[in-house]
Design a protein around this ligand. Sequence first.
Ligand SMILES: [Zn+2]
Length: 92
Amino acid sequence: MLINCTELAVRELLPEVLEQYKRTYGQICTCQRCQEDIMALALNYLPPHYVATEKGYILTNVNLQQLGGRTAVLAQLCHAAQKVMENPRHDV
Ligand SMILES: [Zn+2]
């Protein structure tokens, strides 16, 4: 099984970013479409980091470091969230 650690990190940190965004800006659309748009945008800006594994894979701090650290992933996610919320790809 081939896993992109960056994707795991993005999936794991997304709820945190949505929560933070909501606290800062008051509202954010959390529909499936917007969440996937945010993840796609962030993933396009972050370097992919693939591992081959036979079992499931658990994201660790070491992996996060390889991706530039938790802060780097969070920063890209925040940036992506902002872009998607300014321009949601569905009717409000
Ligand atoms: Zn939405």
